[in-house]
Design a protein around this ligand. Structure first.
Ligand code: ASN
Length: 516
């Protein structure tokens, strides 16, 4: 939203709240005293964050409420100095017990992360998950599917070197994640690494040792941290256009899926053997190039696959290439398609496996699982709806379309204040322009949602929600649209905002109750 550093009216900067969920990983590791390698150690907040000035402005100690294992607890918190967005980020942490090397994470760990976020969703503005890098792309993908109608940022990060090491990427990765989670309402499961914010379910680990360890080869970064701030690519951000509250599917079925990487000379019997593992429900087939596999003598590989598909097993074709997509362009790929293989477009293997596990956990028919595998649920794949050779709108098109954005936002403010729904619709027409306008704010940090929450026409509020506006944005005074609607006593606006997932903090409830 591009705020410049301005102190709030009363001389203090507002605070946002972030919960850090610590699962383990190198970021919190130290060498074991007996020399048997690195292992995670607990007490990260006190030992790694509190001593560092960039994580701790040494302000008065404050406890934050959180829900842990279903119980309300009070956690120590720390606060960052004000960022260039005129905000402190206050945060507390919940640690997994035991902390893990991420190679040991499983569906149970993902469930624990997702349910912790669900339980604490109403208490924090955003969530940062500290996690080892080895399986980070799997966890980011898994969580993106488990979380539906997410309205707040969930950012996974870790590091290649421990925060206790002299030369490490840990501080940059963690501080960047905290500031983004506490400043921008990016309602996605993201992965932040080496100054770059990625859509989690598009990522893959590309280096075992370099600090630039992750990439999302088929999707541009969602944001980049530069010397002057965070450059968010708002046009790319996924947002829900349903009026619905955040929900979690608390389980993924990773026990009935398998993954086979095709190689020159692979025996069809091997693939057939895997496809006959008792209770197997789905297979990810990593194929060559654009989705090709050797047919086998007399088409025996294709026969094995066809027979499996007839037995109700879902077979998904993804490419071994990191960039590009699969298609039935070549005869071998076409034959796989004829045998009933589903083309996973540009899905990563990590996203394909976790998406399949998610869909299997929903207990829907195999045909429905197969249909949903080639549709985008959380921005994890590119649906090939537009002609492959169309020229996408370049950055020039976008900037010229937005050159009058400030004027358009002013007009939008007038239309909202007058209750003129048609004018609002006209101004928001065009996906990218509309999206940019919904992210804009006036001098007081009020977005279109803040204005509509106190405006005369509830249908405008509904229209903004259906176009993907967020109920969680806070203005400079740290107020959400719901807080303003409650203060104005607009009960039907309050009801609509709550159905769309808005909620008040405990102090806000007390404050509005006292004044109303
Ligand atoms: N083995 C570590 C893990 O994934 C690697 C890391 O975090 N850099 O937990």
């Amino acid at each position: 939203m591009g705020f410049t550093a301005v102190v709030g009216d009363n001389g203090v900067y507002p605070e946002s709240r972030v919960l850090i969920i610590i699962t383990g990983g190198t970021i919190c590791m130290q060498p074991l005293p007996d020399g048997s390698g690195l292992a995670p150690v607990d007490g990260f907040l006190e030992n790694a964050m509190a001593p560092r000035p960039s994580f701790n402005d040494r302000s008065e100690k404050v406890k934050l409420s959180a829900i842990k294992d279903g119980e309300k607890v009070l956690l120590d918190s720390l606060r960052t100095p004000p960022s260039s967005y005129s905000r402190h980020v206050r945060y507390s942490a919940l640690e997994f017990s035991p902390l893990l090397d991420s190679s040991s994470i499983s569906s149970d760990g993902w469930t624990q992360i997702a349910t912790t976020i669900k339980a604490n969703y109403h208490l924090y503005d955003g969530f940062v998950v500290l996690h080892g890098t080895d399986s980070l792309a799997y966890s980011a993908s898994a969580l993106s599917f488990m979380m539906e109608d997410l309205g707040k940022p969930v950012i996974l990060t870790g590091s290649q070197a421990s925060i206790f090491a002299l030369q490490s990427d840990a501080v940059d990765n963690l501080l960047g994640s905290l500031i983004i989670a506490g400043t921008f309402v990016i309602p996605e499961v993201c992965l932040f690494f080496h100054h770059t914010l990625f859509r989690g379910n598009r990522t893959t680990k590309v280096s075992a040792s370099q600090f630039q360890a992750f990439d999302s080869p088929n999707c541009a970064p969602l944001a980049k941290v530069t010397s002057i701030g965070v450059d968010v690519n708002w046009a790319l951000i996924e947002r829900t256009t349903k009026i619905a509250q955040f929900q979690v599917t608390p389980y993924l079925d990773t026990t009935h899926v398998a993954c086979v990487r095709i190689f020159p000379g692979i025996k069809p019997e091997m693939v057939d053997f895997v496809l006959r593992v008792p209770d197997l429900k789905g297979l990810i087939l990593e194929t060559f190039g654009m989705g090709n596999a050797p047919a086998g003598l007399d088409g025996s590989l294709t026969k094995a696959i066809r027979s499996a598909v007839e037995r109700g097993i879902i077979v998904i074709n993804v490419s071994q290439c990191t960039n590009g997509f699969v298609s039935p362009l070549y005869a071998p790929g076409y034959a796989l398609g004829k045998a009933g293989v589903v083309f996973g477009q540009d899905l990563t293997t990590e996203a394909a496996l976790t998406k399949l596990s998610y869909l299997l956990a929903l207990n829907i028919e195999p045909a429905e699982v197969a249909a949903r595998m080639s549709k985008s649920l959380r921005g994890e794949l590119t649906e090939l709806a537009t002609p492959a050779f169309a020229h996408p709108a370049g950055p020039e098109d976008l900037s010229s379309a937005l050159s009058g954005a400030e004027a358009a936002f002013t007009l939008l403010g007038y239309a909202i204040a007058k209750g003129n729904l048609q004018a609002v619709k006209d101004l928001l027409e065009g996906d990218q322009v509309g999206h940019q306008l919904l992210k804009r704010a006036d001098y007081a940090g009020n977005t279109a949602m803040h204005l509509a929450a106190v405006g005369p026409n509830k249908d405008i509020l509904k229209e903004l929600l259906l176009r993907g506006a967020s109920v969680h944005e806070r203005n400079r005074a740290n107020n959400t649209p719901l807080f303003l609607a409650v203060k104005m006593g607009k009960q039907d606006f309050v009801d609509l905002l709550e159905v769309a997932g808005a909620m008040l903090w405990e102090e806000e409830k007390k404050e509005t109750a006292a004044k109303n």
